[in-house]
Design a protein around this ligand. Structure first.
Ligand SMILES: [Zn+2]
Length: 210
Protein backbone atom coordinates (compact mmCIF):
# COMPACT_ATOMS: atom_id res chain seq x y z
CA UNK A 1 0.00 0.00 0.00
CA UNK A 2 2.81 2.43 0.90
CA UNK A 3 4.82 1.51 -2.20
CA UNK A 4 1.71 2.18 -4.32
CA UNK A 5 1.34 5.64 -2.72
CA UNK A 6 5.00 6.37 -3.34
CA UNK A 7 4.60 5.51 -7.03
CA UNK A 8 1.51 7.68 -7.25
CA UNK A 9 3.38 10.61 -5.65
CA UNK A 10 6.30 10.15 -8.01
CA UNK A 11 3.97 10.00 -11.00
CA UNK A 12 2.21 13.21 -9.91
CA UNK A 13 5.55 14.97 -9.34
CA UNK A 14 6.76 13.82 -12.78
CA UNK A 15 3.60 15.09 -14.50
CA UNK A 16 3.83 18.41 -12.65
CA UNK A 17 7.47 18.81 -13.74
CA UNK A 18 6.50 17.97 -17.32
CA UNK A 19 3.73 20.59 -17.24
CA UNK A 20 6.10 23.27 -15.87
CA UNK A 21 8.74 22.48 -18.52
CA UNK A 22 6.08 22.63 -21.27
CA UNK A 23 4.86 26.02 -20.04
CA UNK A 24 8.44 27.36 -19.87
CA UNK A 25 9.01 26.03 -23.40
CA UNK A 26 5.90 27.79 -24.73
CA UNK A 27 6.81 31.04 -22.97
CA UNK A 28 10.36 30.95 -24.30
CA UNK A 29 9.23 30.22 -27.84
CA UNK A 30 6.62 32.98 -27.91
CA UNK A 31 8.33 35.48 -25.64
CA UNK A 32 8.17 38.27 -28.22
CA UNK A 33 5.52 36.99 -30.60
CA UNK A 34 7.67 35.85 -33.51
CA UNK A 35 7.43 32.16 -34.43
CA UNK A 36 10.56 30.05 -34.70
CA UNK A 37 10.22 29.80 -38.49
CA UNK A 38 9.83 33.58 -38.82
CA UNK A 39 12.89 34.15 -36.64
CA UNK A 40 14.90 31.69 -38.72
CA UNK A 41 13.84 33.41 -41.95
CA UNK A 42 14.68 36.89 -40.60
CA UNK A 43 17.90 36.19 -38.70
CA UNK A 44 19.51 33.55 -40.91
CA UNK A 45 19.05 35.26 -44.28
CA UNK A 46 21.63 37.66 -45.69
CA UNK A 47 20.83 41.36 -46.07
CA UNK A 48 19.48 40.62 -49.54
CA UNK A 49 16.37 38.56 -48.84
CA UNK A 50 14.69 36.19 -51.25
CA UNK A 51 11.70 37.92 -52.83
CA UNK A 52 8.54 35.82 -53.01
CA UNK A 53 7.20 35.37 -56.54
CA UNK A 54 3.87 34.70 -58.18
CA UNK A 55 2.60 32.09 -58.78
CA UNK A 56 4.93 29.83 -56.76
CA UNK A 57 4.58 31.82 -53.51
CA UNK A 58 0.90 32.64 -53.95
CA UNK A 59 0.04 31.10 -50.54
CA UNK A 60 1.85 33.88 -48.66
CA UNK A 61 1.27 36.62 -51.25
CA UNK A 62 -2.48 35.95 -51.12
CA UNK A 63 -2.73 35.82 -47.30
CA UNK A 64 -3.85 38.57 -44.95
CA UNK A 65 -0.77 39.56 -42.93
CA UNK A 66 -0.95 39.70 -39.11
CA UNK A 67 -0.39 42.83 -37.02
CA UNK A 68 2.79 43.26 -34.98
CA UNK A 69 2.08 43.22 -31.26
CA UNK A 70 3.53 46.06 -29.11
CA UNK A 71 6.26 43.67 -27.98
CA UNK A 72 7.07 42.71 -31.56
CA UNK A 73 7.39 46.39 -32.55
CA UNK A 74 10.37 46.73 -30.19
CA UNK A 75 11.95 43.36 -31.00
CA UNK A 76 15.34 42.67 -32.53
CA UNK A 77 13.56 40.66 -35.24
CA UNK A 78 11.57 43.70 -36.41
CA UNK A 79 14.72 45.82 -36.53
CA UNK A 80 16.60 43.22 -38.56
CA UNK A 81 13.66 42.53 -40.86
CA UNK A 82 13.19 46.24 -41.62
CA UNK A 83 16.94 46.69 -42.31
CA UNK A 84 16.94 43.69 -44.66
CA UNK A 85 13.73 44.77 -46.43
CA UNK A 86 15.25 48.24 -47.00
CA UNK A 87 18.47 46.68 -48.30
CA UNK A 88 16.52 44.34 -50.59
CA UNK A 89 14.19 46.93 -52.14
CA UNK A 90 17.10 49.28 -52.88
CA UNK A 91 19.44 46.58 -54.18
CA UNK A 92 20.29 46.99 -57.90
CA UNK A 93 18.84 43.52 -58.57
CA UNK A 94 15.41 44.75 -57.38
CA UNK A 95 15.50 48.54 -57.75
CA UNK A 96 12.00 48.95 -56.33
CA UNK A 97 10.14 51.91 -54.83
CA UNK A 98 8.31 49.83 -52.23
CA UNK A 99 8.17 46.40 -50.62
CA UNK A 100 5.86 44.66 -48.14
CA UNK A 101 6.85 41.95 -45.64
CA UNK A 102 4.92 39.13 -47.41
CA UNK A 103 7.27 39.77 -50.35
CA UNK A 104 10.16 38.51 -48.23
CA UNK A 105 8.16 35.58 -46.83
CA UNK A 106 6.92 37.20 -43.61
CA UNK A 107 3.16 37.52 -43.24
CA UNK A 108 3.26 40.58 -40.96
CA UNK A 109 2.09 44.17 -41.46
CA UNK A 110 5.27 46.02 -42.46
CA UNK A 111 5.85 48.14 -45.59
CA UNK A 112 8.86 50.09 -46.89
CA UNK A 113 8.06 53.00 -49.19
CA UNK A 114 10.22 55.48 -51.07
CA UNK A 115 8.94 58.89 -49.95
CA UNK A 116 9.06 61.00 -53.09
CA UNK A 117 7.08 63.61 -51.12
CA UNK A 118 10.03 64.22 -48.73
CA UNK A 119 13.35 65.96 -49.47
CA UNK A 120 15.94 63.49 -50.81
CA UNK A 121 13.32 60.80 -51.60
CA UNK A 122 14.22 58.63 -48.56
CA UNK A 123 12.93 55.10 -47.95
CA UNK A 124 10.80 54.80 -44.81
CA UNK A 125 9.51 51.71 -43.06
CA UNK A 126 5.99 51.74 -41.59
CA UNK A 127 4.87 49.19 -38.98
CA UNK A 128 1.17 48.28 -38.80
CA UNK A 129 0.21 50.84 -41.47
CA UNK A 130 -3.49 51.65 -41.89
CA UNK A 131 -4.96 53.76 -44.67
CA UNK A 132 -7.57 55.86 -42.84
CA UNK A 133 -8.86 57.74 -45.89
CA UNK A 134 -8.26 57.95 -49.60
CA UNK A 135 -8.91 61.29 -51.28
CA UNK A 136 -8.18 63.30 -54.38
CA UNK A 137 -8.87 62.48 -57.96
CA UNK A 138 -8.45 58.99 -59.38
CA UNK A 139 -5.72 58.84 -61.99
CA UNK A 140 -4.28 56.00 -64.08
CA UNK A 141 -0.59 55.17 -63.58
CA UNK A 142 1.97 52.54 -64.55
CA UNK A 143 2.77 49.91 -61.91
CA UNK A 144 5.01 46.91 -61.52
CA UNK A 145 5.74 44.57 -58.63
CA UNK A 146 8.91 42.82 -57.41
CA UNK A 147 6.83 39.65 -56.95
CA UNK A 148 5.54 39.74 -60.56
CA UNK A 149 8.74 40.74 -62.41
CA UNK A 150 7.58 39.96 -65.94
CA UNK A 151 4.47 42.17 -65.92
CA UNK A 152 3.55 45.86 -65.96
CA UNK A 153 0.12 47.40 -65.86
CA UNK A 154 -2.01 50.51 -65.62
CA UNK A 155 -3.89 50.97 -62.34
CA UNK A 156 -6.28 53.79 -61.50
CA UNK A 157 -5.85 54.96 -57.92
CA UNK A 158 -6.54 57.90 -55.61
CA UNK A 159 -3.78 60.49 -55.54
CA UNK A 160 -4.00 61.12 -51.79
CA UNK A 161 -4.01 58.94 -48.66
CA UNK A 162 -4.10 59.52 -44.91
CA UNK A 163 -1.81 56.89 -43.40
CA UNK A 164 -1.47 55.87 -39.73
CA UNK A 165 1.57 53.82 -38.73
CA UNK A 166 4.36 53.29 -36.24
CA UNK A 167 7.68 54.66 -37.51
CA UNK A 168 10.22 51.81 -37.60
CA UNK A 169 13.11 54.10 -36.62
CA UNK A 170 11.59 56.08 -33.76
CA UNK A 171 8.71 53.73 -32.83
CA UNK A 172 6.53 56.87 -32.71
CA UNK A 173 2.95 56.75 -33.94
CA UNK A 174 2.22 58.97 -36.95
CA UNK A 175 -0.87 60.02 -38.86
CA UNK A 176 0.17 61.62 -42.12
CA UNK A 177 -1.35 62.97 -45.30
CA UNK A 178 0.56 61.66 -48.31
CA UNK A 179 -0.02 62.84 -51.86
CA UNK A 180 1.07 62.10 -55.42
CA UNK A 181 3.08 59.04 -56.53
CA UNK A 182 3.99 58.18 -52.91
CA UNK A 183 0.26 57.82 -52.11
CA UNK A 184 0.03 55.33 -55.00
CA UNK A 185 3.00 53.32 -53.64
CA UNK A 186 1.39 53.30 -50.17
CA UNK A 187 -1.83 51.86 -51.62
CA UNK A 188 0.08 49.20 -53.61
CA UNK A 189 2.11 48.13 -50.54
CA UNK A 190 -0.85 48.17 -48.11
CA UNK A 191 -2.76 46.00 -50.61
CA UNK A 192 0.01 43.40 -50.26
CA UNK A 193 -0.80 43.14 -46.53
CA UNK A 194 -4.34 42.04 -47.45
CA UNK A 195 -3.25 39.59 -50.14
CA UNK A 196 -4.25 41.95 -52.97
CA UNK A 197 -1.95 42.38 -55.98
CA UNK A 198 -1.98 45.32 -58.42
CA UNK A 199 -2.86 42.86 -61.20
CA UNK A 200 -6.27 42.45 -59.46
CA UNK A 201 -6.93 46.17 -59.94
CA UNK A 202 -5.20 46.78 -63.29
CA UNK A 203 -7.07 48.31 -66.22
CA UNK A 204 -4.52 46.72 -68.55
CA UNK A 205 -1.51 44.41 -68.21
CA UNK A 206 1.37 43.54 -70.47
CA UNK A 207 4.40 41.26 -70.36
CA UNK A 208 7.96 42.58 -70.35
CA UNK A 209 10.98 40.53 -71.33
CA UNK A 210 13.73 42.03 -69.12
ZN1 LIG B 1 4.08 44.76 -55.20
Amino acid sequence: MQVKNLFRSLAIAFLALLAILTIIGILRRDHNGWTESEKALILRQDSLMNVTLMPKDSAILRSKAAELTPRMLRSRETKELVAKMLYTVRHPSQDGVGIAAPQVGISRRIICVQRFDLPGDPFKACLNPVIDTLFGEMAPGREGCLSIPDKRGIVTRHQGAVLSYTDAETLEYHRETIEGFTAVIVQHECDHLDGILYTDRADSLWTVSD
